[in-house]
Design a protein. Sequence first.
Length: 215
Amino acid sequence: MHRQSVVRIARQSGGISLVDLPPPYLAPSLHFSLARSPVQCSTFSSTAVAAGRGRDLNKTRGVSAIHRTGPRFKLGVSKYPLPKPISPEALDKRHPTPDHGLWGFFPKDHQALSTPEYDNAHGRSWSIQELREKSWEDLHALWWVCVKERNRIATSNLERQRLKAGYGEWEASDRDRAIRVTQKSIKHVLRERWYAWEEAQRLYEQGHRPQEDLD
């Protein structure tokens, strides 16, 4: 609301109380006029700097219309010089790293979009019986191999959607389905080991010792 309009409303309202007024951040001039606060303030101005003069002629620039505060120092540019852009030809050449870890998100040929033949060339999922014979380290390593492969498939799917290739969706989905089955089997084996560990801990707390069975 304009400051003059607010003051006019305040004068016409007469005995209006502060409770009936809008919040101060919506109409600060109305509160100041009723309170008769001797706060020195200036109207806010966003006028551009006069062209060709080299200096700002507006003395009230930057004065807050709400807090009635202004800058304590002259506005101007920083004393530090701005960085200058460098052309791509002047930049140092970066040497490629063929063994970089981020290449795990792409196929072996380092292409963003995998071919249907590449996605279709995969084996079956790991069975629960096979995973039961694996150690904790092997299951941990196999899990992150599955995670990396699923990230690779997601990268190819995004590139396929961007290019609107129209092929390879079925092969990628079939490969991702086989990986998800392996991950569910890993979780099943780890859940079985967790239950076995809880059962062994419960028997130990009850006083059962494995040496008693050997005797």
